[in-house]
Design a protein around this ligand. Structure first.
Ligand SMILES: [Zn+2]
Length: 442
C-alpha cells in the first residue's frame, strides 16, 4: 500500500544529497515549503529524519507497461504509477502496446488524464510508430508529440519493414522525436522461448536466436547514420548489441541504449527449472552478455537502467514456461537489483547508480534537468542504501506478482518520493520522521 501525506512545510534532515544534475554530493537538510524547495522551513514544519538515506532527484523509468487501456486485469495506470512511487520513481514512460494501442492523440490524452487523476507520479506516454502497431504505416508523429507523447515505439514488436522504418526515421528527424526500438526480427526469433545456447540445448526449451536483436540494431544504426535522427535501443541484452552501439556512438551517431535490471543480474541459467517468471523478451542471456551490459553502463555505451515492468496475472503465468506470456514486474525491485548488480559487485557507487536513473534517462528523452535547487518544485526520491530486505511479491503495490526474485535478499531500497508538498511512502518502507520513530532497516 502507498501512503501519501501533504505538508505545507517539510524538513528532510541529515540525508546524503546526491544530485547528478549538478554533481552535488553532501550531507545536508532540504526544506520544502508549499511544494517548492526552500532555504528554510517555516516554524511549524514536519520533519523527516533521513539520516543514512540518499535524497536525490526523482528516479525515472522510461520503459514500463501500465496495461491501460485494455488489460486492466494485469495493471492500471493507478496501480502501476503507485508501484512506481513505491519503487522511488517520480516519472515513468509507458509503452503503447495497450488495447487499443496508443497510436492516436485521443489515446495519449486519455493516458495523461488518467495519470493526473491517479496523482501518484508523472507519466510520459510513448506513442506507437505505426498505426495499430502493425508495422505498415507510420503514425502522425507531430500531432502525437503535440498531444504529449514523449517518444515513439512499437514496443512488443520491432518495426521490421525497412522502408517503413526509414520513413519513421525521416519523419522523426523533422519533429526531433526519439524512436525507441524493440529490436527483434520475428523470422529469426520465431518459436524461441529462451536464449538459444548451451543452456537451452541442455534443458530442451526452444532457443531464441540473439541475431534477431542484433540484426535489427545493425539495420537501424545504418538508418540512424543516414538520417541523423535520434534512435534509442530498448532493453539491450547481448554483448554484440552493446558493441554495435559502442561503435555507433564512437562514430558520432545519435544512438542511445537502455538495459533492464534483470539483464544485469540474471543469466539464462535461471530458466533451467522452467519458472515462467524467468521467461522474458529479450530473454535472459549467458554470463558474458550480462558482464558486457554492465561494462556498457560503466563506459557510457548504455545510458540508463529501466525495468520493462510487464505485469501479467497469476493465471497467465501459470500456463507454463512454453505458453506463458513473457515479462516480469520490476518497479519495486529496481533499486535493490541495480544496487546488487552495480554496487555490491564493486563496479560503481551510488552517485553513478542514481545518474543511471535520473540524468541518463532524462537525456535520452531530451527532458529538462531537475536539479535540487531553491525555488524548484520538489521532485525527490528517498533511498535507503543499507536497508536489507526480502522481496515478497504479495506485498507489491503493483497488481502484478510475476517476478523471479521472490525471496531474494537485497540491500538498498526505495523509501518513497517527495513530489511538491506530497510525501509518498510504501507502507512497508519504514518512514523515519518526527511522528514515526525510526525503523529503517526492516
Ligand atoms: Zn520490448
Amino acid at each position: 500500500m502507498l501512503k501519501t501525506t501533504s505538508y505545507d512545510s517539510l524538513l528532510i534532515c541529515g540525508g546524503r544529497i546526491i544530485d547528478p544534475f549538478t554533481g552535488r554530493d553532501e550531507i545536508a537538510d532540504i526544506a520544502v515549503v508549499e511544494g517548492l524547495i526552500a532555504q528554510a522551513p517555516t516554524n511549524d514544519t514536519h520533519v523527516i529524519d533521513a539520516t543514512g538515506w540518499i535524497v536525490c532527484p526523482g528516479l525515472m523509468d522510461i520503459h514500463v507497461h501500465l496495461r491501460e487501456p485494455g488489460q486492466t486485469h494485469k495493471e492500471t495506470i493507478e496501480t502501476g504509477t503507485a508501484a512506481a512511487v513505491a519503487g522511488g520513481f517520480t516519472f515513468v514512460a509507458c509503452m503503447p502496446n495497450t488495447r487499443p494501442p496508443l497510436d492516436h492523440p485521443d489515446a495519449i490524452r486519455s493516458v495523461l488524464e488518467r495519470a493526473r487523476n491517479a496523482g501518484h507520479c508523472q507519466v510520459g506516454p510513448i506513442a506507437a510508430i505505426t498505426k495499430g502497431r502493425s508495422g505498415n504505416t507510420i503514425t502522425d508523429f507531430s500531432v502525437l508529440l503535440d498531444t504529449g507523447a514523449v517518444a515513439l515505439s512499437d514496443d512488443g514488436d520491432g518495426v521490421e519493414d525497412d522502408s517503413v522504418m526509414r520513413a519513421a526515421f525521416e519523419s522523426a528527424r523533422e519533429v526531433s522525436a526519439v524512436l525507441i526500438q524493440h529490436c527483434e526480427y520475428k523470422a529469426i526469433s520465431a518459436g524461441g522461448v529462451m536464449h538459444l545456447g548451451d543452456v537451452s540445448c541442455r534443458c530442451g526449451f526452444p532457443g531464441l536466436n540473439p541475431r534477431s536483436e542484433e540484426a535489427m540494431i545493425e539495420r537501424d544504426i545504418g538508418l540512424c547514420r543516414d538520417t541523423g535522427s535520434r534512435y534509442h535501443v530498448a532493453h539491450i541484452s547481448t554483448a554484440r548489441a552493446v558493441e554495435l552501439v559502442r561503435r555507433a556512438k564512437a562514430e558520432g551517431s545519435p544512438v542511445t541504449a537502455e538495459v533492464c535490471t534483470h539483464h544485469l543480474v540474471l543469466t539464462d541459467e535461471a530458466c533451467v527449472e522452467g519458472d515462467p517468471n524467468t521467461k522474458i523478451h529479450p530473454p535472459l542471456r549467458p554470463r558474458t552478455d550480462v558482464e558486457e551490459c554492465r561494462r556498457g553502463l560503466l563506459d557510457g555505451t548504455i545510458d540508463c537502467i529501466v525495468t520493462d515492468h510487464a505485469p501479467h496475472t497469476v493465471d497467465e503465468k501459470a500456463a507454463g514456461f512454453l505458453r506463458a506470456p513473457p515479462g516480469i514486474v520490476g518497479l519495486e525491485t529496481a533499486v535493490g537489483l541495480a544496487a546488487q548488480a552495480m554496487i555490491e559487485s564493486g563496479l560503481a557507487d551510488w552517485p553513478q547508480l542514481v545518474a543511471w536513473f535520473t540524468t541518463g534517462p532524462a537525456a535520452v528523452l531530451n527532458r529538462p534537468p531537475r536539479p535540487i535547487e531553491v525555488g524548484a518544485r520538489a521532485d525527490l526520491s528517498l533511498l535507503s542504501p543499507k536497508a536489507r530486505w526480502t522481496v515478497d511479491p504479495q506485498r507489491f503495490v503493483s497488481r502484478g506478482r510475476n517476478t523471479p526474485f521472490s525471496g531474494w535478499e537485497l540491500t538498498g531500497k526505495a523509501i518513497g518520493t517527495v513530489q511538491g508538498p506530497q510525501v509518498a511512502v510504501s507502507s512497508r518502507a519504514g518512514l523515519k520522521s518526527s511522528q514515526q520513530p525510526a525503523e529503517d532497516s526492516r
